[in-house]
Write a protein that binds this ligand. Structure first.
Ligand code: 3HC
Ligand code: NAI
Length: 698
């Protein structure tokens, strides 16, 4: 027996305690240990029942994800669940913390289940591009019915103990030490003369309209295949014998194991955890944060203040005038009433946050006690410098001064203060209380504990924080500017913005780039083009057709007209006929004969532009690792999670083919398509972006 399972006897009960920190993942050693411990219990004279418990913070978090993609090792998980279920002894699982994926499947192999009130169960395999592969799709419907099982399996949603009890998945909820409450439940069952109750022997769940359900789930998945595949597995539970259903589940599971989507989603899972893991943060203590200052209560300032209030910080917000301060208070209250309506906070909490925790003022002196200030005023260097000068004068020593600037030079902003080591960029995304991404922009002189505090704040706010260096647009907006330009070039050359948006939504993006531009406001890009015009290289192709629309005062959704026309109150628009006229006029002016594009070419050019700029961002050290780019695009720019991020996408399709495409495009426009030196080097060395991630983890 391996040391992963502790075996103890309590009268006529054998307790199997899983000891595989931190979350008792079902590695080969755990599977073998459980198998051997079942053998031992069955051979142990006088044992009538087995109780399975987990040590530490969880019952079992599922299969060991690090084993995926490697050769399978016996015993496999479905066989183990079946072996547990087939035991002549009475088997009970006592669950605490999480029981996820294979963890829940082990519990479903037991004959009875007891859970702590705080326990959560779930089958989150779809988040890894998989389906449950150890009987979850066959046993759960026999207990909870088809509809509830499909909801859990296709969404990957975790369910709390009380709901699991209602669903019939657990038999009892009781508070106390998992082993103690488990043992008393087992004694009760034995005293009652309870018999084994294998879930596989329960009647199969009734049929539903499987094809309609499959199609609905497929559509909702926006290109993700595993949730729809799960419908077919549950269908097998209804139509086939248990053994045949298990075989079908296994086939579908193994099929998904071989997909790019599984690779992409598992890359996302580990990258999400690795992104905050930076050598420069090791052993560095972040500064204490209690009160946060916010300068400017517009779109971003109000969102940042909301996020900070919801995470328990006191907030002091500064605006220019009393009217603007009132408007900012109104925006924050509006955001918080959204949280109230969704049941995230109580009325009492709402009152405390809006009346006690939040101070809105026009007087910078109100900031003297705050621990960190985030500036979110207009995107203008002179205004920012003036604000930072004032902050430097009023804020206490050790207070961190952060800018939410989208593009501007944080070194230049820092130079406007006498404490550049305390200055950092904290780039939130709109709406700041909802979007998960935070770019922590480290300037030349930023002190290590200030960087650590940026990450600590991100964690406290529930964000995914990514370290970025200083450059125009940092990681995300710099890469965005390039792939947006590639899309603009395609429009000039003959693809319509609507074909491009559709091709990219079909690829898996939440929205196409032109719909996004309308949402963000066309004035932002217009202003940026004007700002950059003086430094423009003569070979740079910059479409100007959309500037004509901006000159007429049309800025997208907020004015009702942009690439699309928007009816009042509706978020989705219809194509604006003016766009094709403006594009045609510019094509005529430039002597361009429009040509057709396939959706495939659109995606390819867009992605190549993204990867090429991303490789420059990594090569220059603006992003430390390819995975930092992946997480930025995933959490800030609606990149489809099932591709893992643009760098993972490039690894999957092959860096050599990506480079070959870029070089082919360069024959038309050598200025725009300059291959990134890092990409060329990786191809020459036969290495991948993921190899760089691995190098960084060493
Ligand atoms: N396998 C391997 N490692 C795992 C793991 C797993 N199933 N689950 C978590 N870990 C690792 C994490 O990578 C992390 O490692 P690190 O410290 O080196 O970064 C460590 O355990 C702690 O994890 P978290 O930082 O995520 O800790 P939290 O407390 O925030 O969350 C959790 C714990 C809720 C269990 C979360 O880790 C999680 O959701 N894990 C994945 C659960 C899952 O997807 N299970 C299904 C697996 S697939 C399966 O079972 C297939 C089967 O049907 C055949
Ligand atoms: P906004 O125009 O909605 O709000 C700016 C606010 O700052 C206004 O309410 C204004 O009254 C106030 N303000 C200006 N000067 C001030 C001063 N000296 N003292 C106090 N208040 C002052 O602008 P928005 O969109 O909130 O942007 C703010 C910053 O955030 C900019 O740097 C922008 O680039 C950045 N940003 C914007 C994003 C967006 O999607 N809107 C996303 C990420 C960053």
């Amino acid at each position: 027996m391996t040391d992963k399972i502790a075996y103890t006897r309590h009268d006529d009960v054998a307790v199997l305690r899983i000891q595989n920190p931190p979350v008792n993942a079902l590695s080969q050693a755990v599977r073998q240990g459980l198998w051997d411990a079942m053998d031992r219990a069955e051979a142990d004279e006088g044992v009538r029942a087995v109780l399975i418990v987990g040590e530490g913070r969880a019952f079992i978090a599922g299969a060991d994800i690090t084993e995926f993609g490697k050769p399978p090792m016996e015993p496999n998980l479905p066989a183990l669940c079946t072996r547990i279920e087939a035991s002549p002894l009475l088997v009970v699982a006592s669950m605490h913390g999480v029981s996820l994926g294979g963890g829940l499947e082990i519990a479903l192999g037991a004959h009875y289940r007891i859970a702590q009130p705080s326990a959560r169960i779930g089958l989150p395999e779809v988040h890894l591009g998989l389906i449950p592969g150890a009987g979850g799709t066959q046993r759960l419907p026999r207990l909870a019915g088809v509809e509830k099982s499909l909801d859990m399996i296709t969404s990957g949603r975790q369910v709390k103990a009380a709901e699991a009890l209602d669903m019939g998945v657990v038999d009892r909820v009781a508070e106390g030490d998992p082993e103690a409450v488990g043992l008393s439940y087992v004694s009760e069952l034995l005293a009652e003369g309870a018999t084994r109750r294998p879930v596989s022997e329960l009647p199969a769940a009734p049929a539903i309209d499987w094809d309609a359900t499959y199609n609905a789930v497929l559509q909702k998945g926006r290109g993700q295949i595993s949730p729809a595949t799960a419908v077919r597995a549950v269908q097998a539970a209804s139509e086939l014998s248990f053994a045949e259903g298990m075989a079908k589940e296994r086939d579908l599971f193994m099929e998904l194991m071989g997909t790019d989507q599984r690779q992409g989603m598992i890359h996302a899972f580990f990258s999400e955890r690795a992104v905050g893991n930076l050598p420069e943060l090791k052993g560095v203590t972040p500064r204490d944060l209690k009160a946060i200052g916010v300068i400017g209560g517009g779109t971003m300032g109000a969102g940042i203040a909301t996020a900070a209030l919801l995470s328990g910080f006191d907030v002091v917000l500064i605006e220019m005038t009393v009217d603007a301060a009132e408007a900012a208070h109104g925006r924050i209250s509006g955001n918080l009433s959204g949280a109230l309506k969704r049941g995230k906070i109580s009325q009492e909490k709402f009152d405390t946050l809006t009346q006690k925790a939040l101070t809105v003022s026009t007087d910078y002196d109100s900031l003297k006690d705050v621990d960190l200030v985030v500036e979110a005023v207009f995107e203008n260097m002179d205004v920012k410098k003036e604000v930072f000068g004032k902050l430097d004068a009023v804020c206490k020593a050790g207070c961190i001064l952060a800018s939410n600037t989208s593009y501007l030079d944080v070194d230049e902003i820092a130079a406007a203060t006498s404490r550049p080591a305390d200055v950092i960029g904290l780039h939130f995304f709109s709406p700041a209380h909802i979007m998960k991404l935070l770019e922590v922009v480290v300037a030349e002189q930023t002190a290590p504990d200030v960087v650590a505090t940026g990450f600590a704040l991100g964690k406290a706010l529930g964000k995914i924080s990514v370290r970025a260096g200083v450059c125009d647009g940092f990681i995300g907006n710099r890469i965005l500017a390039t792939y947006r330009t590639a899309a603009d070039h395609m429009v000039l050359d003959g693809a319509s913005p609507y074909q491009i948006d559709k091709a990219l939504v079909d690829f898996g993006f939440a929205m196409g780039p032109f719909a996004v531009a309308d949402l963000a406001g066309l004035d932002i890009g217009w202003m940026t083009r004007k700002r950059k015009a003086p430094d423009r290289h003569p070979a740079e192709r910059v479409p100007t057709y959309i500037d004509r629309l901006c000159e007429e005062g049309h800025f997208g959704q907020k004015t009702g007209e942009g690439y699309y026309l928007y009816e009042a109150g509706k978020r989705a628009g219809v194509p604006n006929p003016k766009i094709s006229e403006l594009v045609a006029a510019e094509q005529a002016e430039l002597g361009i004969t429009p040509r057709p594009f396939t959706d495939e070419e659109i995606v390819r050019r867009y992605m190549c532009a993204m990867v090429n700029e991303a490789a420059k961002v990594v090569g220059e050290g603006i992003a430390r690792r390819p995975l930092d780019v992946d997480m930025t695009l995933l959490f800030g720019y609606g990149f489809p999670r099932y591709w893992g991020g643009p760098m993972k996408w490039a690894d999957i399709v092959g860096l050599d083919t990506v480079l070959a495409d870029i070089e082919a495009y360069a024959s038309e426009d050598a200025w725009f398509w300059q291959p990134a030196p890092l990409l060329k080097k990786l191809v020459a060395d036969g290495r991948t972006f993921d190899d760089l991630n691995k190098d960084a983890a060493k």
